[in-house]
Design a protein around this ligand. Sequence first.
Ligand code: FES
Length: 166
Amino acid sequence: MEEHKLSRRIFLKSTGGAAAVVGTAGAALVLGAAQAASPAGSTSTNLNYPKRSVGKAGGMPVNQAVSFSYPDPSSPCVAIRMGSAVPGGIGPNGDIVAYSTLCTHMGCPVQYEGGTKVFKCGCHYSMFDAENGGQMVCGRPPKTCRACCSSTTRRPTPSAPSASTG
Ligand code: FES
């Protein structure tokens, strides 16, 4: 992913909803706003962040974390092309996911391990499943990994892809 023109929008912090956009082979991977409606009485807040292209979906390697930051330079994230469609996946094949790399427990950095397809936190040994929406496999955090996905500009399916965080 050489192209790093992020026009901006959402990256859902722990309770928010993020949206990224991944297009077909030549289209740009773009983070964008997911304007999820908050139910009445909800304590969550969704913020509108500008759209931001983070690279070309077609150029992403399979099962390798591609780093970027969103919505600001101090918010590290990775996008991963899993190689087959996954829940919440975006892009032409529904196989691209993106997450914050800050642990939902106490904010330590998590590392993606391609062999097991999980994120591991070295601080308290929590693990999160990259193929299942960042769901915690084991550990202390009360939440799943924060997703920063998903919608696609030219996805071949008629449904509008979206992803939420936990
Ligand atoms: S900070 Fe990651 S498990 Fe505690």
